[in-house]
Write a protein that binds this ligand. Structure first.
Ligand SMILES: Nc1ncnc2c1ncn2[C@@H]1O[C@H](COP(=O)(O)OP(=O)(O)OP(=O)(O)O)[C@@H](O)[C@H]1O
Ligand SMILES: [Mg+2]
Length: 362
């Protein structure tokens, strides 16, 4: 089982120091506005992904008047426990797994299968394709050990090709990157398409569980980042060379991939209410969690910031029941304790947070 046993934070936002021994099921953090609830969720997400969901400036994560933040957790995985740590100063990040320096964030992320639901999560449907690609790639990364390498290859080739296009270098120097770009794009495409295909039946199941009032099932349409009508990506790249040269960047490719969600042929964003959009995102995360568990035989860890802002009482209870049923450790925040039903008290723990100080409720 992937479960967080222990969590320690030092100098993270308004949390000077915190040490929590977590429960296997519900972990509820209750506090007023500005107490530090989102900060705690953000700290776990930072440990798992290397970045914040609130800022692109890591310096902002370090507590004011301090020079370094430290995050540490103990994780139970199958029969083993792992110690995972991250320290960050203004200009340096140090990552450690079981006392050894980790070279990449990907090594840390592979150990910590953490999912996140925040009051902004409905943006997954609302905004451009970037968030949907991140969602899809979370699954691909955790399911296919080659994915991260292919993705890095692709990014490198794309960067170099775009650089050459922008500098208006001779065609031969631009097309030098095409083979690497095409090879990795085609493999990324297969992995992503397969992932979405496998995810869809679970999405259908969780949409039905969370929104039984919707009589039609959702459809997921994966878009590779180039038109379906194209004979191949290789050919498309060749055909678009003049246009790419004119624009100074590569128009088509895996960096433009997307997923369209539809109900009865209509775009999800158009047919669902705001509340249903949030439930749809919950269904997507639960589908992803279930598929992850199928592959790895480990549950994910779910972070939910401000659950009452997300869902009404009935749907909060349905979601909590599903999390219990799926044996997913969940760390939730709320401004009021009575908004969160404790369904399984043996596996639950509650903390109160005030000005960044956490106190466990016994
Ligand atoms: N680097 C930092 N150093 C010290 N304090 C910080 C830092 N960054 C943010 N803060 C403060 O931390 C506090 C906690 O913010 P946070 O967003 O975590 O609160 P919250 O409990 O989620 O509140 P809400 O219920 O309004 O969402 C805020 O008062 C914020 O000003
Ligand atoms: Mg908050």
């Amino acid at each position: 089982m992937s479960k967080l046993l222990q969590l320690q934070l030092q100098h993270f936002r308004n949390i000077d120091h915190a040490s929590l021994t977590l429960g296997e099921g519900l972990n509820l953090i209750v506090g007023d506005n500005a107490a530090g609830k989102t900060a705690l969720i953000e700290a776990i997400w930072t440990l798992a992904s290397g970045r914040s969901f609130r800022t692109a400036k890591p310096q902002q994560l370090i507590q004011q008047n301090q020079s370094e933040l430290v995050l540490f957790c103990t994780l139970a995985e199958a029969e083993q426990t792992h110690k995972i740590g991250l320290a960050r100063t203004a200009d340096k990040v140090t990552l450690k797994i079981d006392g050894e320096l980790a070279k990449t964030q990907a090594e840390m992320s592979a150990k910590l299968p953490v999912q996140l639901l925040t009051p902004e999560s409905h943006r997954l449907l609302e905004e451009g394709p970037k968030a949907r690609r991140q969602f899809m790639d979370w699954g691909c990364f955790h399911h296919n050990a080659d994915f991260i390498h292919l993705w890095r290859h692709y990014q490198r080739a794309l960067k170099q090709r775009n650089h050459a296009l922008k500098k208006r270098l001779p065609a031969s120097q631009i097309q030098l990157w095409d083979k690497q770009l095409v090879d990795s794009a085609e493999k990324i495409n297969v992995i992503r398409a397969d992932y979405i295909k496998q995810l869809t039946p679970y999405l259908v199941e969780f949409c039905l569980a969370l929104m039984p009032e919707i009589s039609v099932s959702p459809e997921c349409h994966y878009r590779p980042g180039w038109p379906k009508t194209a004979e191949s990506y290789r050919q498309l790249l060749a055909d678009n060379f003049a246009k790419d040269s004119l624009q100074g960047h590569t128009q088509y490719g895996s960096h433009r991939a997307d997923i369209k969600f539809r109900f009865d042929g209509q775009e999800a964003l158009m047919t669902l209410s705001r509340g249903q959009q949030k439930l749809f995102v919950c269904a997507l995360l639960l589908a992803q969690a279930t598929l992850y568990q199928q592959y790895s035989h480990q549950p994910v860890i779910m972070l939910i910031d401000d659950l009452p802002a997300e869902l009404d009482a009935k749907h909060r209870e349905t979601l909590l029941k599903l999390l219990n049923l799926l044996n997913i450790q969940h760390i939730l925040t709320s401004t009021a304790q009575d908004l969160i039903p404790v369904l399984n008290p043996e596996n639950a723990k509650i903390w109160h947070i005030q000005h960044g100080n956490l106190t466990e409720q016994h």
